[in-house]
Design a protein around this ligand. Structure first.
Ligand code: SAM
Length: 268
C-alpha cells in the first residue's frame, strides 16, 4: 500500500464524522459454527442523537466515493443530515476531511460494505437514499446491483414509508434494470428521465446542479446521464424482473462502457 493511502487511513482515524466499524461490531460468530451473522451496530436508531445531536431527517448516499453528493446536498440543506457510505477508505477520506475542515455539522460518513447496511439503521430512520453512479455489475450476480430486489429489501427495513430512492447513473443498463424492478413491483415512480441535461425541467434542480467525480468523467466522455426517483412501498417480498428485463438488449446498448466497467481512467 502506498504511503499516501496509509497517511489517509491514519488521518481517517481522527475524523469524528467518519464511522469505521470493525467487523466484530456488526458480525457475530455463532458458537460451534463457522457462520457469521449480522448484528445491530450500537449506532442503529441513534444517528440523530449520537452523531448529529438533533432529530433532522437523514439522507444516505450509498457508494458515495469521495462524498461529492453528500457534501453538496448538505451545504444546500443545513436542516437535513447526510451520511455517505462507501467501502473505500481513501475515497471517504476526501469527503471526511472536507467536512471536518469546513465544520459541516450535518455530514457523516460510514465505511462499510452496503451489503451490511441494515445493521446500521433502524426502522423509519432514513428519509431518502441516493445511489450515485453505482457500479452497474453488468455480468456479475443480479444480487450485487444496488437496486436489485435484495438491496431494496434491505433499504425497506429503514426507509420511511414515504421515503424516496434516487438513482443517478450513466449506465443505461442499470437504469433500465432498475426500471424493470420498479415496474414488476408496481412501485411508485416520481421521475424517470433518460437524459437529464437534455430535459433539465423534468428533474429536481439538485439533480443537474450537483455533479460527482464520476459524473464529470462520464460527461467528458459524452454519455447521457439518467435519473430515476421511486418509492419502496410494496406488500410482501419484492419480485425479480426475470424476462421483463432484456439483459442482452441493454448490455448491447452499454456499448464501449461494457469494457470500461467503471474503472476510473484518472488517478483516484
Ligand atoms: C463508480 S463509483 C461512484 C462514486 C461516487 N458516487 C461518484 O459518483 O463519484 C462507485 C462507488 O461505490 C462503491 N461501492 C460499490 N459497491 C459497494 C459496496 N457493495 N459496498 C460499499 N461500497 C461500494 C465503490 O467503492 C465506489 O467508490
Amino acid at each position: 500500500m502506498g504511503h499516501g493511502k496509509l497517511k489517509k487511513f491514519a488521518e481517517n482515524e481522527t475524523f469524528r464524522c467518519l464511522l469505521q466499524p470493525d467487523a466484530s461490531a456488526i458480525l457475530n460468530k455463532e458458537p460451534g459454527s463457522r457462520e457469521l451473522r449480522l448484528k445491530d451496530h450500537a449506532i442503529k436508531g441513534r444517528w440523530g442523537a449520537d452523531m448529529f445531536g438533533n432529530d433532522h431527517p437523514i439522507v444516505l448516499e450509498l457508494g458515495c466515493g469521495k462524498g461529492d453528493y453528500t457534501i453538496a446536498l448538505a451545504q444546500r440543506n443545513p436542516d437535513i443530515n447526510y451520511i455517505g457510505v462507501d467501502i473505500k477508505g481513501a475515497r471517504l477520506w476526501k469527503g471526511a476531511k472536507f467536512a471536518t475542515e469546513h465544520a459541516l455539522p450535518n455530514v457523516a460518513f460510514l465505511r462499510t460494505r452496503i451489503e451490511f447496511i441494515d445493521a446500521f439503521f433502524g426502522p423509519q430512520e432514513v428519509s431518502e437514499i441516493w445511489l450515485t453512479f453505482s457500479d452497474p455489475q453488468l455480468r456479475g450476480s443480479e444480487n450485487s446491483r444496488l437496486s436489485s430486489p435484495l438491496f431494496l429489501e434491505r433499504y425497506r427495513h429503514f426507509l420511511k414509508a414515504d421515503g424516496i430512492v434516487h438513482l443517478k447513473t450513466d449506465s443505461r443498463y442499470l437504469y433500465e434494470y432498475t426500471k424493470a424492478v420498479v415496474e414488476v413491483n408496481a412501485l411508485h415512480v416520481v421521475v424517470a428521465e433518460e437524459d437529464i441535461y437534455a430535459h433539465r425541467d423534468r428533474v429536481p434542480a439538485e439533480v443537474t446542479q450537483v455533479q460527482t467525480f464520476y459524473e464529470k468523467m462520464f460527461l467528458e466522455m459524452g454519455l447521457p446521464i439518467t435519473y430515476m426517483a421511486f418509492g419502496l412501498a410494496h406488500e410482501g417480498p419484492y419480485a425479480f424482473p426475470g424476462e421483463a428485463f432484456d439483459h442482452e438488449r441493454w448490455l448491447e446498448a452499454e456499448g464501449p462502457r461494457r469494457s470500461f466497467s467503471h474503472q476510473p481512467t484518472k488517478k483516484m
